[in-house]
Design a protein around this ligand. Sequence first.
Ligand code: SF4
Length: 434
Amino acid sequence: MSGTSKLKELFSAAYEDGRSQPSTVAREGAAQLDLGQQATDFAVYIHVPFCRVRCGYCDFNTYVKDFGAGADRASYHDSARKEMALAAQFLREHKLVPPPASSVYFGGGTPTLLSVRALRAILAEIQDTWGIAPGAEVSIEANPDTITDQVARELAASGFTRVSLGMQSALPRILTTLDRTHRPENLPQAVAALRGAGLAVSLDLIYGTPGESLTDWEASLQAALALEVDHISAYSLVIEPGTKMHALVDHGKLSPIDPDSQAEKYEMADSLLKAAGFKWYEISNWAKRLDTEQFPSPQIPDATYLANTSRHNLAYWRDWNWWGIGPGAHSHLGQVRWWNQKHPRGYASRVAAGELPVQDGEVLAADSRELERVMLGLRTAAGVKSLRAEERAQLPALVAAGYLEEAAARRGEAILTLRGRLMADYVTGQLLGW
Ligand code: SF4
């Protein structure tokens, strides 16, 4: 079955009665449906599946090799644009009109391995296909070594508003263990170039690398704070089976991750970031608290909707709709979720043949949607506001255990405490009665 037929089948299964519609998508020519507070958000994700070097811990869908026309660095943007045209055609045929994208995110992989001209061509296609809302967040992930004054100016002139730099650690020894190739001494120059071009800057950090002490982690946090950026993400290292790092741990060449040390590092991150004026808005993400008035369209009355939060990340955690372009990219529209062919070669040949590169998908059943609503909502500082009676019944015990905030629980809401953030999966399970 072709990818396009697969997607048609999924949409028929989800909406065959003609009464329900994917939320945040209006029928062409019809009045906007009652879409609730999330009516205006539609996100576009572009996956760029290339990296210069494969990091030992990485299990993302990324490749160091090129795979020929449409699946190499020089021509990948043509495949991405073609997929978008096919997506637009599919939506037109189903008389569905998403609103202009309120966020666009280029992730990977290493998106800056594409030329600025190629990135600009993809952005132009998004603009032509769906439109990009005024004031939209347009982000790209980048290796700090690739950012010069000229690249920063070109990214800003192309329409990007935000750059997420993969800093990971301030210590060369830790970067070597992670197989990261950038030089930490280049960070200040990269951040200055981006800020000079008027771009918002986020830093990604990783804690728990084998051989990293608490003092090492503190040094990385302090180095990140010294760069005075708007947003910091700190992720706990996960050593996935099948990665080079997993094999090294298995053979006793690297030490395994210690959960107690990870908890200590998380608490340290929260404490230092908080002291520097950052506020957590999702378990692994902190933003500077700024006036929401600065946000272009703060339609969403949400305490976590701060000026420096990643709007694109919120699209995922708030279960908004997004179309993911590229090999292995996932998409979500209303009750339907699907994912693309994983390998760049298979992906490129599908779109070249004029079919959507959909590998498979699912129609989300009510219990899956409830699980995601609770699990994803709980990860955010806004928590889960409307709980079912059986979920509310769990609140007192979770407050007594120190996992949920008491004041929120009195209002019938679930918001994690710092201790609860370390036990988010357990709290989700308790709320859902597992
Ligand atoms: S740079 Fe990122 S995406 Fe690329 S191999 Fe390393 S961890 Fe994976």
